[in-house]
Ligand binder design. Structure first.
Ligand code: GUN
Length: 287
């Protein structure tokens, strides 16, 4: 068997076009504000990709670049100004932040209704109990990928590798809401390979280059690779040894060109959802 390779770029392009059409049909122009602290090159590239996608979807977007030595109070004041600005629907503060700023303090300062990253505890809590919420973009994009590929989630054994609050935990919550039987595995899990071999859906989000070997993948499994790692010889690879896994899996997402583009498309979905909710249109349940 050779797996179907999931084309995240193509699925994301369709999703972005759908979001643009939905905004137009609703007669609204959603507005996204992205805040960046410092001049980190990787963050700059991520931010540019996000704001470019927003502009191409017909959204209003602004990028606020703050000095790397800004105080936590200074950043919180910017966040509060955006919270109070009726012309802003979505706020995203790019992470990581310099060491003088506590990321959790910033995340908790964002109006939960404008929290298009879905990182605020109010949104995390709503997701945990299956209430309407803004959902973290990467796991939301993974669910869209699975749905678009026709992978059966209800009743499936799903294994999520990694328990970060940005990917692993919300991923496990979303799969649970979609009626999968979910194992959340992590660095202290005994016999990770054996856990993975039981998975009909395997989501790798640990940030360790090619940790998941071909013989960890059950025949026909859907393998979604959230990792983006740079190897010592300069290659960009995921958390899954792609070439090894290909003959085992039923579906597999590549790196790059898999989950990455889906994350940005999900951000646009969240910004539209926030814009609609702020105008009185209720956002649907996550599952
Ligand atoms: N840095 C890397 N990924 C992300 C993300 O999804 N959101 C934010 N705010 N910062 C990031």
């Amino acid at each position: 068997m050779t797996a179907i390779v999931l084309d995240g770029r193509a699925v994301a392009a369709r999703l972005r076009a759908r979001v643009r059409d939905q905004a137009m049909a609703a007669g609204i122009v959603p507005s996204l504000a992205v805040v960046m602290v410092g001049e980190d090159a990787a963050s700059r590239l991520y931010v540019r990709n996000k704001t470019r996608a927003a502009a191409e979807a017909g959204f209003r977007e602004q990028t606020i670049i703050l000095s790397a030595d800004i105080s936590e109070a200074g950043l919180l004041a910017v966040v509060r100004r955006l919270n109070d600005d009726p012309g802003v629907d979505g706020i995203l503060v790019q992470l990581p932040l310099p060491s003088q700023i506590r990321p959790q303090a910033v995340i908790e300062a964002i109006d939960p209704g404008k929290d298009v990253d879905g990182f605020h505890p109010v949104n995390a809590g709503r997701l945990a109990i299956g209430r309407p919420a803004l959902i973290p973009c990467t796991p939301k994009g993974v669910m869209t990928m699975l749905r678009e590929a026709g992978v059966a989630v209800a009743g499936a054994r799903a294994v999520v590798l990694g328990r970060s609050s940005i990917v692993g935990r919300p991923m496990a919550a979303l799969l649970t809401l979609a009626d999968a039987t979910v194992t959340l595995a992590h660095s202290r899990t005994r016999d990770l390979a054996a856990e993975c071999r039981r998975a009909e859906i395997l989501i790798a989000a640990v940030g360790r280059a090619e940790l998941v070997r071909g013989d960890w993948v059950a025949p026909g499994a859907a393998v979604i690779d959230v990792g983006i790692n740079r190897t010592a010889d300069g290659r960009l690879v995921g958390d899954v040894a792609f070439a090894e896994a290909l003959p085992h899996a039923g579906w597999i997402s590549p790196v790059p060109g898999g989950v990455g583009p889906m994350t940005i498309a999900s951000l646009l979905e969240n910004t539209l959802a926030a814009a609609l909710a702020r105008r009185g249109v209720v956002v649907g349940c996550p599952a």
